[in-house]
Design a protein around this ligand. Structure first.
Ligand code: FES
Length: 343
């Protein structure tokens, strides 16, 4: 391989991707892409360029001093971008805003290919990215902002498709009277949409442990993207998804989960409906259906995408039951406002 794709995640949630040639230092690769990462000496002396490598393989370089990067810091995943030479695709968290690095989120245009209503409760929006533009790159789990034509407003949606596909998709909660739901009711194939992104720190890290995925309603979207990535990588890892919804009709795309269960040997899922009047076999909350084998023995990496009370409920459940996940990544969303909050 002659180059690697490096995702630079800025403090403000903006992600930019740069190509790093074999043997090239990250700071130089970013500079070629007109991104000015923090730096002062560029010689491994000042420590100004210190960032955190979230994933990937790399050489730290051997031309820096301990004051710039201590052994402990290196062991924790910190790197000096003026020295770091990647040997695989990497994700790097940059502790300053994109604006401070003289860059910004990217904008692109996509064309409506298909709008599919599921149960009157959710809408699958499929868009094609212009063939003249590069295929959109993002980290599986991230989102974009989509301008709602004619409204002057935008909404945030997680990709439900896999990175690099030209047909991108989003699972959107149908909200009567909602700006995007209203527009989608009139949308036709060929209509254009302006998108900006990718954004967010909620994305699939390197998979070395069992995964526990917790989806609330249309918070299923990023997990569809992650499952597709894992299926294409022939993952053998143990993965369990709990998909909780409010009403029976909110339970959509179960057939897609069924298909992944057939494709991925370690994947299983549970559906839960909160509505007490539901005839669903499992009623209640996702916290009532935690898989003991994964949460007790597996110390899983946990990913949650759902409304803020769900994040709080799961965190309380972990605390009160002495569950210690290996990591806990979450994205809080509220369906009808442009709010996304990741951790
Ligand atoms: Fe000074 Fe990297 S810029 S150590």
């Amino acid at each position: 391989m002659s180059s690697y794709r490096i995702a630079l995640n800025f403090e403000d949630g903006v992600t930019r991707f740069v190509e790093c040639k074999a043997g090239e230092k990250v700071l130089d690769a970013a500079y070629r892409s007109r991104i000015n990462l923090p730096m002062d000496c560029s010689d491994g002396v000042c420590g100004t360029c210190k960032c955190r490598a979230e994933s990937g393989e790399y050489d730290l370089g051997n031309d820096y001093i301990d004051e710039a990067l201590t052994e402990d810091e290196a062991a924790q995943g910190l790197v000096l971008t003026c020295q770091m030479i990647p040997s695989s695709d990497c994700v790097i968290n940059v502790p300053v805003s994109s604006v401070a690095c003289k860059t910004e989120q990217q904008a692109f245009i996509a064309t409506v290919a298909q709008v599919t209503l599921h149960n009157d409760a959710a809408i699958m929006l499929e868009l094609d990215v212009d063939t003249a533009a590069p295929a959109p790159v993002f980290l599986s789990g991230q989102y974009v902002n989509i301008d709602v034509p004619g409204s002057g407003q935008s909404r945030s949606y997680s990709f439900s498709s896999a990175p690099g596909d030209r047909r991108i998709s989003f699972l959107i909660k149908r909200i009567p009277g909602g700006v995007m739901s209203g527009w989608l009711a009139r949308a036709k194939p060929g209509d254009k949409l302006n998108l900006t992104g990718p954004l967010g720190t909620f994305y699939l890290r390197d998979v070395h442990r069992p995964l526990l995925l917790l989806a609330g309603g249309t918070g299923l979207a990023p997990f569809l993207s992650m499952l597709e990535v894992l299926a294409r990588a022939n993952s053998q890892q143990k993965i369990h998804l709990i998909y909780g919804v409010t009403r029976d009709l909110d339970l959509v795309l179960v057939e897609a989960l069924e298909a992944y269960a057939a494709q991925l040997p370690g994947f299983s899922y549970t559906t839960v409906v909160a509505d007490a009047a539901s005839s669903h076999p499992r009623k209640g909350w996702v916290t009532q259906y935690m898989p003991e084998d994964i949460i007790r023995d597996g110390h899983p990496d946990v990913y949650l995408c759902g409304p803020p009370p769900m994040v709080d409920a799961v965190r309380t459940y972990f605390d009160t039951n002495g569950v210690v996940p290996n990591s806990f990544h979450y994205e809080k969303f509220t369906p009808n406002v442009a709010l996304k909050k990741s951790a």
